[in-house]
Design a protein. Structure first.
Length: 365
């Protein structure tokens, strides 16, 4: 027998719980009126009336009599239906999430990340700097990553190459064997180069594809202050190819070469053994310590951007000159957080102007 007299304290301004909904279903099945149910639960009668209205479902009762089938429909309160209705309504309660009012920003951000391969941080920083949208609808970088994780954006984690490739490298015990430095050590490089205070200091390196001797390689030069990138395709990873590329650069820059290139920092790869001789009359050449890639951090970070288009193991011989030019332009038009979300191209042009050239030439690349 169901208890009709209890000492339950009335819970005003509290939502019904699932256990209370189960009690309502049992009491209604036993024939209790809404007012009697309210008394048992210590609730206002109108609360019970509203709950029963929301949780009432129609059920089918099928009977067979004298070989005939009779269908009878009847209404009954169901605790699960009432709870489901309640949970659905709760989703619409409270403040609307920020992403619900930012369709324009989301569409723009998806386009930049999917088609132009921008990172979430660049998307947020560029939008804020140029005031492309109302500040109230532009999320923070962390929030944008969360929207991607929750599936709110069309962009997925697999589209964020940097996020997937970032790993913590274990420190290897011991030291690498010594290797001879090809020329003037990086330790003798002026401090102004290290601090990036002045313009015209470059890092040079190569990007390989499938590591076969017959495959082409990319020669990269990164200006340390502005992050401006120059990419040249070489027939091979050898001294002769590098020297020819440097000579081409000198011809393209003309009389402005010594103002554009003040120093060049390289690693100790054998392909750069002739670099000092190729530049000795116009620029100082310095070589980093063996197995110390962090001393040329600008080049290493730039290579990560190149790898978005030329993955490791893919033959560079199959990459056309036009593709390389598009990659170079994309990198130089890619806003950087370290530059205040300005582009390397704009920063490079501004720095070049500050060199007080009498006639500002058109940049030859």
């Amino acid at each position: 027998m169901t208890q009709t007299h209890d000492n339950t304290v009335s819970r005003k301004w509290k939502h019904l719980s699932y256990s209370e909904r189960c009690q309502i279903a049992i009491l209604k099945k036993e024939g209790y009126s809404n007012r009697q149910v309210a008394k048992v639960l210590g609730r206002v009668p109108q609360t019970i009336n509203n709950e029963i209205t929301r949780g009432t479902i129609t059920q089918l009762k099928r009977q067979t009599q004298n070989r005939k089938v009779y269908d009878t429909y009847y209404s009954v309160y169901d605790a699960d239906a009432g709870q489901a209705f309640y949970e659905k309504q709760r989703l619409n309660c409270g403040r609307r999430p920020k992403w619900a009012n930012t369709d324009a920003f989301i569409d723009w951000a998806d386009d930049k990340m999917l088609n132009e391969k921008w990172s979430p941080d660049v998307v947020v920083g560029f939008a804020r700097k140029h005031e492309l949208f109302d500040c109230a609808i532009i999320p923070g970088t962390t929030a944008l990553y969360q929207w991607i994780d929750r599936g709110i954006m069309r962009t997925k984690n697999m589209d964020l190459l940097e996020k997937l490739s970032r790993k913590i490298k274990a420190v290897r015990p011991g030291h690498r064997p010594n290797k001879r430095v090809l020329g003037t050590s990086i330790e003798e490089r002026p401090k102004e180069v290290e601090t990036r205070e002045t313009f015209g200091h470059w890092e040079i390196d190569t990007v390989v594809g499938n590591k076969t001797k017959s495959d082409a390689v990319l020669l990269t030069l990164a200006e340390r202050q502005t992050r401006f990138e120059v990419i040249l395709k070489l027939n091979g990873k050898d001294t002769e190819s590098v020297d020819q590329a440097v000579q081409q650069l000198r011809e393209r820059a003309g009389a402005n070469f010594d103002q554009l290139f003040k120093t060049v920092t390289s690693d100790n790869g054998s392909e750069f053994s002739g670099l000092h001789d190729a530049l000795q009359d116009v620029a100082d050449v310095y070589f980093s310590h063996p197995y110390a890639s962090w001393e040329r951090g600008t080049s290493e970070n730039q290579h990560k951007l190149i790898r978005r288009f030329v993955p490791k193991g893919s033959p560079i011989s199959e990459v056309s000159e036009n593709q390389i030019l598009r990659i170079q332009r994309w990198m130089n038009d890619y806003p950087r957080k370290i530059l205040g979300y300005a582009t390397p191209h704009d920063t490079f042009v501004q720095a070049f102007k500050q060199e007080r050239l009498v006639a500002w030439p058109i940049i030859p690349w």
